[in-house]
Design a protein around this ligand. Structure first.
Ligand SMILES: C[S@@+](CC[C@H](N)C(=O)[O-])C[C@H]1O[C@@H](n2cnc3c(N)ncnc32)[C@H](O)[C@@H]1O
Length: 283
C-alpha cells in the first residue's frame, strides 16, 4: 500500500481518537464480549506477558491488565498519538501498574525477538498498511509456541450496527465500490482471508471461529446516532458532504430504521466477528 494512503489511514484515526476517548466507557461495555473471547482464545491468565496491537482508547489492554495481575504485564501499542494518550490516562486513572505504552504500528514493533507470551489485536488488523509485514513482526516478538489472536468484523450484512447507517447514507452520498483489500472495517470479513495471510506469515495451527454476540449499551437511538457518526471516519467524511437538511433527513431515517434494536432506553444489536488465531512455531 502506498505510504500516502497509510498516512491517510493514520490521520483519520488521529481525528477519531478524540471520539474514541470521549466514548471510552461505552466502547468498553459494547465490545466486552470481544475482549472476553480474545482472552479465552489466547488463554490469557495471571502472570502472562501480553502485547496488544492497535489498542485504541485502551481495550482490550485495560481488561487484560487486570486478568494478568501484578505478576503479568501488558504492552499497549497503537500508531496514533491520541489513542496512546487516551489509553495511558485511563490506565493511570485505574491505578494499573503493569502496563507500558508505545506509539508504533504493527509493521514496526520496537521490541526484541521472542519477548511476549501472547499477542492480541481487537478490531485493528483490518487497518494494517502492510499486513504481511505486520503479521511477521507480531510473530517475531512472540515467544516460540506463543499465541497470536486477532479479532475482525464478519460481513457488514451480519452487523446492523454498521449497515443500518451505511444503507441509508449511501443513498445520499454517491459511494465508490470498495476495494476489498484496502484498510477498512470489513477487509477481513471473508472467512479464510486472514487465516491465509497468518499462515503465509509463518504461524502454525491457525484456526478461525465465528463469534456471535450482542452489541449492547444503555443508550437510546439518538445517542446511537451521535456515537456512530463520531466514532467512524467513514461516516464523518460522508456526512460532511451533505447539507444540514440532508443530514437531518439521514438521521431521521436511520433512527427510524434502528428503532427495532432499542427497547426501554437500551441498545442491543445482533453482531458477528471472526477470531483468527495461530501459534509461533516452537521449532
Ligand atoms: C477500530 S480501532 C480498535 C481499537 C481497539 N483495539 C478497540 O477494539 O477498541 C482500530 C485501531 O487500529 C489502529 N491502527 C491503525 N493502523 C494500524 C497499524 N498499522 N498497526 C497497528 N494499529 C493500527 C488505529 O490507530 C485504531 O486505534
Amino acid at each position: 500500500m502506498a505510504t500516502e494512503n497509510a498516512d491517510q489511514v493514520l490521520a483519520a484515526w488521529e481525528t477519531s481518537s478524540q471520539y474514541w476517548n470521549k466514548h471510552q466507557a461505552l466502547i468498553e461495555k459494547m465490545y466486552a464480549p470481544l475482549t472476553r473471547a480474545l482472552i479465552e482464545e489466547a488463554q490469557i491468565v495471571a502472570g502472562r506477558s501480553v502485547l496488544d496491537i492497535g489498542g485504541g482508547a485502551g481495550e482490550p489492554s485495560l481488561t487484560i491488565a487486570r486478568v494478568v495481575g501484578p505478576s503479568g504485564h501488558v504492552m499497549f501499542t497503537d500508531p496514533t498519538a491520541g489513542m496512546v494518550k487516551a489509553a495511558r490516562e485511563e490506565s493511570e486513572r485505574r491505578g494499573l501498574e503493569n502496563m507500558e505504552f508505545h506509539q508504533c504500528p504493527a509493521e514496526d514493533l520496537p521490541f526484541p525477538d521472542d519477548c511476549f507470551d501472547v499477542a492480541v489485536g481487537r478490531l485493528s488488523a483490518m487497518f494494517f498498511s502492510d499486513v504481511t509485514t505486520a503479521l511477521r513482526q507480531i510473530l517475531r516478538v512472540v515467544k516460540p509456541g506463543g499465541c497470536v489472536a486477532l479479532l475482525v468484523w464478519a460481513d457488514r450484512e451480519l452487523n446492523p450496527f454498521f449497515s443500518v447507517i451505511t444503507e441509508i447514507l449511501d443513498r445520499f452520498v454517491p459511494t465508490e465500490p470498495e476495494d476489498e483489500d484496502a484498510p477498512a472495517a470489513f477487509r477481513f470479513a471473508r472467512p479464510g482471508k486472514l487465516v491465509k495471510l497468518l499462515e503465509g506469515a509463518g504461524a502454525v495451527s491457525v484456526k478461525e471461529r465465528m463469534l456471535k454476540f450482542e452489541t449492547e449499551a444503555p443508550i437510546d437511538v439518538a445517542q446511537f446516532w451521535e456515537l456512530r457518526t463520531e466514532m467512524s471516519d467513514t461516516f464523518r467524511t460522508k456526512i460532511a458532504k451533505l447539507s444540514a437538511d440532508e443530514v437531518m433527513a439521514v438521521r431521521d431515517e436511520v433512527q427510524k430504521a434502528a428503532a427495532v434494536y432499542f427497547r426501554n432506553g437500551s441498545m442491543s444489536f445482533p453482531s458477528q466477528a471472526l477470531i483468527i488465531s495461530g501459534r509461533k512455531s516452537s521449532l
